[in-house]
Design a protein around this ligand. Structure first.
Ligand SMILES: Cc1cc2nc3c(=O)[nH]c(=O)nc-3n(C[C@H](O)[C@H](O)[C@H](O)COP(=O)(O)OP(=O)(O)OC[C@H]3O[C@@H](n4cnc5c(N)ncnc54)[C@H](O)[C@@H]3O)c2cc1C
Length: 383
């Protein structure tokens, strides 16, 4: 066992942090307030090979793994510029396409995703299915050589900023009534696909959309992998999504604590810095411990995934621990800033909003507890 940071990882952290610093947290919070994508940062990271660091080298990627993509996610967040679409475009779509895409699909899509010149977003969530994927009602039916997709998705991030969407649709039903799922690549400007903005109060650069698929026709070459095997295939992408989500949370936690420690060391209202009061310092120390623990579990989950070993339990635990740790850290940072904690000038609230969102998405805290109760503890399935 070796807990030392390798030279390569240290260099990667430094390089990504330097790019993020060249944009700065003000860039992120301004864009979040304006609901405008942070495309310049995405492209800068793409040009240096970091957005597609986990994608195969044959298709222009970095040939590394989830450990490295998690570092990119963590460092961008730790420097105040978190990138939610890394979870979707690089982690889910990149991993699913790399694992199950045809040669033609990989050649068509991966180079753009790797270079940061194109994005693919991911659509699974539906108004009437929510956390229960077996109830997905969006269907894809065969029509000659084509597939025709009909249904609705909501809370789909970044559709306005992407070329295509990886859509999860029902192509059959098994004996128990559960959906047989398949994956399709749909262009964001496909005829019959309508999108409506879905405003959220959390300030984010990435916009959310409701999607209506009104008999959207795609060719047979847009089916990813095997028809009816979408549930298994999507899981290849869901662990990476959880790992990178956890990494963003670890980064938010680090960012919050750095800001809080700097403030608590200099702000003085009783003759000494407020950080001398244990009511302030213990909250930050506790948060520091929790962020470090979450970082360890995130690294373990990424390591397991990269080794091709079962990573579901560790990915879920990492996502749970990191979202809770990030929220604890940002809340402690806001509290130690007093009134400044909620000011626009100090810019902490957008990170609280993002951390709060990451307790719900991409998988909510309760579904993770269900998973751990059932799979780790052997308790009866609850839902
Ligand atoms: C800003 C944002 C961006 C998003 N981006 C995307 C995206 O790009 N693509 C995409 O497909 N989806 C996206 N989502 C959707 C997100 O993944 C879902 O919101 C999330 O999975 C929860 O689903 P739901 O909202 O339908 O909640 P529901 O399934 O309605 O659940 C509501 C709450 O009930 C509880 N709950 C539900 N089921 C159980 C259970 N069995 N046991 C215990 N408690 C339970 C949980 O607390 C849960 O939070 C996004 C959501 C948001 C808010």
């Amino acid at each position: 066992m070796d807990f030392n940071t390798s030279e390569e990882h240290a260099a990667l952290r430094k390089a990504v942090g330097a790019i993020a610093d060249s944009f700065g947290s003000g860039y992120y919070t301004d864009r979040a307030a304006a609901r405008t994508p942070t495309g310049e940062l995405w492209r800068a990271l793409g040009e240096h090979g970091y957005v597609g660091i986990n994608l195969p080298e044959t298709y222009g990627g970095g040939g590394a793994g989830m450990a490295e993509l998690a570092i990119v996610c963590e460092e961008t967040a730790a420097h105040g510029t978190p990138l939610l679409l890394l979870l979707v475009s690089s982690a889910i779509c990149g991993e699913v396409l790399s694992s199950f895409g045809s040669e033609e699909q990989k050649a068509r899509w991966l180079p753009g995703l790797a270079a940061g010149s194109a994005k693919m977003v991911f659509a699974i969530t539906e108004p009437d299915a929510g956390s229960n994927t077996h109830r997905l009602a969006t269907t894809a039916r065969r029509d000659g050589a084509d597939w025709v997709i009909r249904g609705q998705k909501y809370y789909i991030s970044g559709v306005d900023d992407a070329e295509a969407i990886l859509v999860v649709a029902r192509t059959g039903t098994d004996d128990s009534g559960a959906a047989r799922l398949s994956l399709f690549i749909v262009d964001t400007d496909a005829p019959g696909l309508e999108r409506q903005p879905l405003p959220v109060s959390v300030e984010l650069p990435e916009r959310q959309f409701t999607l209506h698929f009104d008999d959207v026709r795609v060719g047979a070459e847009r089916l990813v992998g095997t028809e009816g095997d979408g549930f298994r295939q999507v899981f290849q992408g869901l662990n990476p999504e959880r790992i990178t989500g956890a990494a963003v949370c670890v980064g938010i936690g680090r960012y919050a604590l750095e800001r809080a420690a700097a403030y608590a060391s200099t702000r003085s209202v009783w003759g000494s810095p407020i950080g001398t009061h244990q009511g302030v310092s213990h909250a930050l120390a506790k948060a520091k411990i929790e962020v470090e623990l979450a970082a360890l579990m995130t690294a373990k989950a990424a390591w397991l995934h990269d080794k091709g070993e079962p990573a579901g339990e560790a990915s879920n635990m990492a996502k749970y621990a990191a979202a809770e740790a990030a929220l604890g850290a940002i809340d402690a940072a806001i509290q130690c800033h007093g009134g400044n904690g909620v000011s626009t000038e100090y810019g902490l609230i957008p990170y609280w909003g993002l951390a709060r969102l990451l307790r719900i998405a991409p998988v909510n805290r309760e579904m993770i507890l269900n998973y751990v109760a059932q799979h780790s503890l052997g308790l009866p399935r609850s839902y």
